[in-house]
Design a protein around this ligand. Structure first.
Ligand code: AMP
Ligand code: GLY
Length: 426
């Protein structure tokens, strides 16, 4: 199977690595890629948000499967353009990708499908915003309606900051604050059958102790030993299957990876958001545990044959990913700094270095080119061992001014993450 992976982040590098491990995959191409993907795959330069350009490339290399990693090309209809050439594509249509592309649309689908989520109000005027802020009270949750790479959401106790963010956005969604730990659940679907992956937890804030601004994600781990055993079945029954059924009944089936961001609250699970793709970095520790071929699974989803697929196999070991970010990330990342120690890190047992914002400079050295530069993903017998390995890898890498969180998976390893108790019925 010849495969083409679209994107240039850690998620896409992780997909490339999994495809390379799949004996059914003969070729891995990627566009536009990064320095790490260039070492693993054949790289092509193409405008990934132009459907005709991506479809032309896929046809030229006779791809058997195109995997679209990031949300922007999906929302721009690139998957539609590839499918229009009868090339199997893993990734939803523009219509289905609106589950991520518009938070207001996602809320409407959830309401129609009876899916539990935060109460929310869509606002177009400052008066509506003020009324909604006062209705829900602090902490305030203010979300830009459109795509914002994980940075369009402000959660704050300060009403002035909440109002200022709302004014900077245009249409905004104001919602009830959800208390409780967050979980990322990724499901692969052909629009009808659904295959859940083991859950992961992502760390969205920039600094230790969940301080600082929201980012695209600073690290993640899997599995989540603190979750109840029936968690995935419960979320499938109450959230994922009703949503997939609703999308199909609207004539816009969702084909690809549905990312359900959940809060585990005292009153049960609530959807925080849907994304139309795998999470980054949250898919990385999940993929590190994948022991069966990725290519065949994604092809089965892309061609409506998921029910016939035997399903993925998972390593029971733990995996932890820690992101190395550029100085100034997320506000104003500095790029162009040299990276060293990458090979020394990757030599450690169980350790994988996955590139995100990296490129080769004119001299052939690897330099930073984005806010999230790379991640170190490690497998271990348990979360402590996986953490030790990931941080051992990270300490071998140097990037001037780079920063990372030191507490990825720490609370879970210590048994300190708990599901809030349900309210006392009396
Ligand atoms: P989103 O882009 O919708 O995932 O929001 C980004 C992050 O903001 C989430 O991962 C949460 O950490 C936080 N967040 C979003 N919505 C809520 C909510 N209703 N209550 C509490 N935190 C939220
Ligand atoms: N890590 C969060 C996301 O991919 O949206």
């Amino acid at each position: 199977m010849r495969t083409l992976v679209i994107g240039s982040g850690g998620r896409e590098h992780a997909i490339v690595r999994r495809l390379l491990h799949d004996p059914d995959v003969t070729e891995v191409h990627a566009a536009p890629g990064n320095a790490g993907m260039a070492a693993d795959a054949t790289i092509h330069q193409v405008d990934i948000n132009r459907g005709s350009a991506v479809a032309d490339l896929a046809a030229r290399i006779a791809a058997d499967l195109v995997v679209i990693g990031p949300e922007a090309p999906l929302v721009h209809g690139v998957a539609d353009a590839v499918r229009a050439r009868e090339i199997p594509c893993f990734g939803p249509s523009a219509q289905a990708a609106r589950l991520e592309g518009s938070k207001a649309f996602a809320k409407e689908v959830m309401a129609a499908a009876g899916v539990p989520t935060a109460m929310a109000v869509v606002c177009d005027t400052v008066d509506q915003v003020e009324a909604a802020l006062d209705r829900f009270g602090a902490p305030y949750v203010v979300k830009d309606d459109g795509l914002a790479a994980g940075k369009g959401v402000v959660v704050t106790r300060d009403r002035t900051i909440a109002l200022a963010h709302a004014k900077s956005c245009g249409t905004v969604v104001i919602e009830e604050y959800l208390d409780g730990p967050e979980v990322s659940l990724f499901c692969v679907t052909d629009g009808e059958s659904v295959v859940p992956f083991p859950p992961a937890q992502d760390f969205k804030r920039a600094h230790d102790g969940d301080a600082g601004p929201n980012t695209g994600g600073m690290g993640a781990y899997s599995p989540l030993p603190w979750l109840p055993d029936d968690f995935v079945d419960d979320v499938l029954a109450r959230v994922v299957v009703p949503t997939i059924d609703e999308m199909r009944s609207r004539g816009t089936p969702f084909v690809g990876a549905l990312y359900t961001g959940l809060a585990v609250t005292a009153r049960g699970v609530r959807v925080v958001e849907f994304n139309a793709r795998f999470g980054d970095p949250d898919i990385q520790p999940v993929f590190a545990r994948l022991r069966s071929g990725l290519g065949g699974l994604l092809l089965a989803a892309a061609t409506g044959r998921l029910a016939e697929h035997p399903g993925p196999h998972w390593d029971p070991a733990a995996a932890v990913s820690v992101v190395l970010a550029a100085p100034g990330y997320p506000e104003a990342p500095r790029t162009g700094d040299p990276l060293t120690g990458l090979d020394a890190a990757a030599e450690l047992p169980g350790v994988d270095v996955l590139h995100a914002g990296t490129r080769l400079d004119s001299g052939g050295s690897i330099v930073s080119s984005g806010g999230r530069v790379l991640s170190v993903t490690a497998l271990g017998a348990d979360l402590d061992a996986a953490r030790d390995a990931a941080y051992a890898g990270l300490t071998r890498i140097s990037l001037d001014g780079g920063h990372h969180r030191t507490d990825i998976a720490l609370a879970a390893a210590r048994g300190e993450v708990t599901v809030p108790a349900p309210p006392d019925p009396s």
